[in-house]
Design a protein around this ligand. Structure first.
Ligand SMILES: [Zn+2]
Length: 404
């Protein structure tokens, strides 16, 4: 568990290693899990020819006994006013939520299954999107906790369960919101000092439950240039679309967040770092239905062992890679519920929620709620299902609340 004085998060770093005295620093220099500019060892050319390697390249990457997200249920949340005030913002947000839905449906999950994070393709759900307004222009990690807690208090984002092995939140920032956190040593899409393209972390909610989240900044051209990536040598580049950068970083952080949510107690190596970091800066594509998305391959320990370190980064696998041992053991129940997930898909995603971080008010788009109900009851009218539909639903809700 990280403390205020010894922060540890998983991030994609944008810049080589900044070390803060007293903070544990991994080989790549990232003391938090983030997406970074490539560190020196990541840029080094791989040796060609010579004797074949005789051992896995990342033997130190192991399960450290902590939680793993066995059934990922993704909540996206879009922070900043431009998501809702411009038509392109709304469609970009819709595309990013679609990406998350496609990611958990895709063969990307077949790589993560070896770590006990899902049972493979289709072993996850996209639950709901929310929009958060009145977010300050520069926020710290503590600000992020506070805004998430407020959103949870007002019902915009659900309270994560105790011993959370399911709920993960992906925060997308618009170009009007930057992150600066001195304690974590992270600056993202700030006017200067940028050193990361994303990170994941966690906190305990007021109710005492672990809340796991990833932060994906705007990653627009200005952000990349301010990070010193205009001339190349970074894990993202100006030749990519903004959406490609965002999905690539999302896949990096998601792979880490589900395998090492309470960084660094899950799958982590002191030298290797997290699974996303080992393959930082690589780019690949996944196709789901009509959609093709840019993702980052992630580390496969199974391949590393099988090839003695010759090949270990992959974005997809044709079938779920069997669970490694030693790994998280007590996931049978979660796996069983993962197998039932297909039953829940007709109910998802839930209607979009709107939250204001300043007034702390949460609202719903009434038309969208109507459309949501329409999906279940069409062509019947709601009062043909129950005499007083609304009152009956309220009674149901009361009964469910009493059961808790
Ligand atoms: Zn990372």
């Amino acid at each position: 568990m990280a403390t205020a004085t010894e922060p540890k998060v998983g991030g994609v770093s944008a810049a080589p290693a900044k070390t803060a005295p007293g903070n544990p620093v991994s080989k790549s220099g990232r003391k938090i899990g983030g997406v970074s500019k490539k560190a020196a060892h990541e840029l080094a050319a791989k040796p060609v020819g010579g004797p074949a390697p005789a051992a896995p390249a990342h033997a130190d990457f192991v399960w450290n006994g902590g939680p793993v997200i066995t059934c990922p249920m993704i909540y996206t949340t879009f922070w900043g006013s431009s998501w809702t005030t411009t038509p392109s913002g709304l469609s970009e947000a819709g595309r990013l939520s679609q990406f998350c839905q496609d990611l958990v449906a895709s063969q990307f999950m077949n790589v993560l299954s070896q770590y006990g994070a899902s049972n493979g393709a289709g072993g996850g759900l996209f639950m709901q999107a929310s929009f958060v307004n009145s977010v300050p222009a520069s926020i710290s990690d503590t600000d992020i906790h506070n805004i998430l807690q407020t959103a949870i208090n007002s019902g915009a984002i659900p309270e994560p369960p105790a011993n959370n092995t399911t709920h993960v939140i992906i925060i997308y920032l618009d170009s009007g919101v930057a992150v600066k956190d001195a304690g974590l040593g992270i600056a993202m899409c700030e006017p200067s000092g940028d050193n990361a393209f994303g990170y994941h972390y966690f906190f305990k909610t007021a109710a005492g439950n672990p809340c796991y989240y990833a932060v994906i900044p705007s990653l627009d051209d200005t952000c990349l240039k301010n990070t010193g990536c205009g001339g190349g040598g970074c894990s993202l580049n100006l030749g990519q679309t903004q959406e490609q950068r965002r999905t690539q970083v999302t896949s990096h952080e998601f792979a880490e967040m589900v395998t090492d949510p309470a960084f660094p107690t899950g799958w982590f190596g002191p030298n290797s770092d997290e699974n996303g970091d080992i393959c930082n800066g690589e780019s690949a594509f996944i196709t789901v239905g009509a959609n093709t998305w840019d993702v980052q391959p992630t580390y496969s320990k199974t391949d590393d062992i099988a090839t003695n370190g010759a090949s270990y980064c992959r974005a997809t696998a044709p079938a779920p890679i069997p669970k490694l041992s030693p790994g998280p053991a007590s996931i049978t129940a979660a796996m069983a519920s993962a197998q039932h997930m297909a039953n829940y898909r007709p109910f998802l995603p839930l209607p979009t929620v709107f939250h204001d971080a300043n007034t702390k008010q949460t609202t719903w788009d009434h038309n969208e709620v109507q459309r949501y109900m329409h999906r279940f009851f069409y062509p019947l009218q709601k009062d043909q299902v129950m005499g007083n539909f609304t009152a009956t639903l309220r009674q149901f809700a009361d009964i469910l609340d009493k059961k808790k």
